[in-house]
Design a protein around this ligand. Structure first.
Ligand code: AHR
Length: 519
């Protein structure tokens, strides 16, 4: 049996809604077909944007969307994607050698902003640094944020249909610059981060502390938040050396870093949809490593940023399976199916983030549609919500809620993978409070046995379970597809159960329970 002890006298922090963010990139079928079907399409659309996707996302209320890459960002000229669509240039995008698609730039800044507005999400523009100049990015900020009728680029924006500024706050400066994004060292990337951020931002309060900032780049409403490229998974040396080179407090670091981005894909054990028990547990084990990655990178950052002004931004995370499991059988690069394994991994990862709400400022699952660990598979007329979508839907209550510590004690599961002996806990859990309502999200990591859970809220706090939602499939390898788009779907019910009654979680299940205080 497991015991989940919820400490209602302590608070980890407010769960930044941005932890439930998304990522979209120009690769395979993510943008074209996934999001953009075009204004002439027979697929129902809202000015070119896939309507069923928009309707589903409206329900999900995604807080933030990162675009246009990924690797794609490092070879992207933002000007290619504005103005009349028929006149936009056709390019070899970054992924062209792999996905074989030419980039016609029909989805650009205005279409992305419209997409964000239609689902009430905040835009996060991920700019490259290795293939473009700082002035290009400065111009992009100008185009997006300059007040109406001021600069020439603000006028151009108005001609393109957007008089009001887009008010973009989040700006990534570089993607995976330790790898395909220029193959930098931490020191050379840091030098470029400083070059880009200072040209894009101009004077900052760090240099002119007594001044009034009247311009549009800085100020209450439209301050720019820069996100620097952090490590690949467990590359702790990158973090150490980047922050040493950044030298906080010196004149060298006059531009504040708001976010430091970590990318971590827990990878695969082979097929997306066919796995045995050791393969199930191995991937769960790797997904749980996210806990350690956050804690250890943060511990290094704490030495350079003791006041924790910089938040960790995990702006790419997810599973990455063998190609070919998606509906187009790899016509769309990296498109993969999602089973209950992907759902459980999404759930335990979101629990990891909730349990570190004090240090994780944003996270973006990779990627929203037709790609890795996607919430949707959208292909022509077919539109499917995957089990991963249902996890995000079930976890919505946590957004903006106060995360409270949970301590889980219970059995662990031993397994062997490629000759190594390992173990994982039977369950993963996180908890949050909103207006007195306690929300617990649990994942049963056990593929073959149900888990029994006692919830302990302390002697002086009596709670009652009032609602429950279960996501489970008899076969954990089941998927949602065109034959059966709702095969894996959550089941919700209202109830009134005392916490003295044990919760029973089916094998390989994700469960949300909501509890009200008993007065
Ligand atoms: O999500 C696919 C790719 O994975 C992204 O472009 C890149 O940033 C990462 O390596």
């Amino acid at each position: 049996m497991n015991t989940v002890s919820v400490n209602l006298n302590q608070e980890i922090g407010v769960i930044n809604p941005n932890i439930y963010g998304h990522f979209i990139e120009h690769i395979g079928g993510v943008i074209y077909d996934g999001i953009w079907v075009g204004t002439e399409s027979s697929i129902p659309n809202e000015a070119g944007l896939r309507l069923d996707l928009i309707e589903s996302l409206k329900r999900l209320e995604p807080p933030v969307i990162r675009w246009p890459g990924g690797c794609f960002a490092e070879a992207y000229h933002w000007r290619d994607g504005i103005g009349p669509r028929a006149q936009r240039p056709v390019r070899n995008g970054w992924w062209q050698r792999l996905d074989g698609f030419l980039e016609n730039n029909h989805f650009g800044t205005e279409e992305f902003m419209r997409f964000c507005r239609s689902i009430a999400a905040e835009p996060y523009l991920a700019a490259g640094v290795s293939g473009v100049t700082p002035m290009e990015i400065r111009d992009w900020v100008d185009y997006c944020n300059a007040p109406r009728g001021t600069t020439t680029l603000a006028q151009e924006r108005e001609q393109n249909g957007s008089g009001a500024p887009h008010r973009v706050r989040y700006w990534g400066l570089g993607n995976e610059n330790w790898g395909f994004g220029g193959n930098y060292t931490p020191e050379t990337y840091c030098a470029d981060f400083r070059r880009f951020s200072s040209i894009v931002a101009g004077p900052t309060p760090a240099v002119f502390p007594d001044s009034t900032f009247r311009g549009y780049s800085f100020g209450d409403a439209e301050s720019l938040k820069f996100i620097a490229c952090g490590p690949n998974g467990d590359d702790y040396e990158w973090t150490e050396r980047f922050f040493k080179a950044w030298k906080p407090g010196s004149y060298d670091s006059i531009i504040p870093i708001d976010g430091y981005s970590l990318h971590y894909y827990c990878g695969t054990t082979g097929s997306a949809t066919r796995f045995n028990e050791p393969q199930w547990y191995e991937l769960i084990h790797r997904a749980l490593e996210m806990e350690q990655l956050i804690d250890r990178h943060r511990a290094i950052m704490d030495r350079f940023d003791p006041d924790r002004r910089i938040s960790l931004v995990i702006d790419e995370w997810g599973t990455w399976h063998e190609i070919g499991s998606g509906p187009t059988r790899n016509e769309y690069q990296f498109e993969q199916q999602s089973t209950m394994r992907d759902a459980v991994i999404a759930a335990l990862t979101l629990n990891t983030f909730n349990n570190r709400a004090d240090v994780v400022g944003m996270a973006n699952i990779s990627q929203l549609v037709n790609c890795l660990q996607s919430l949707y598979l959208a292909n022509g007329d077919s539109f499917i919500e995957t089990p991963v979508f249902h996890v995000f839907d079930m976890y919505r209550r946590h957004k903006g809620a106060r995360a409270v510590p949970v301590c889980v004690s219970g059995p662990s599961i031993e397994f062997e993978y490629e000759g190594e002996h390992k173990h994982v806990p039977q369950i993963s859990c996180s908890a949050s409070l909103t207006n007195g309502l306690l929300c617990l999200t649990l994942a049963n990591l056990d593929i073959s046995s149900s888990a029994r859970v006692r919830v302990n809220t302390g002697d002086r706090n009596k709670y009652m379970v009032v609602r429950r939602c279960d996501l489970h499939a008899d076969d954990p390898q089941s998927v949602n597809d065109t034959d059966s788009p709702t095969r894996v779907s959550p089941v919700e019910c209202n109830l009134r159960a005392s916490t003295d009654e044990l919760l029973e979680l089916a094998p390989a299940a994700v469960v949300r329970v909501e509890l009200e205080a008993v007065v």
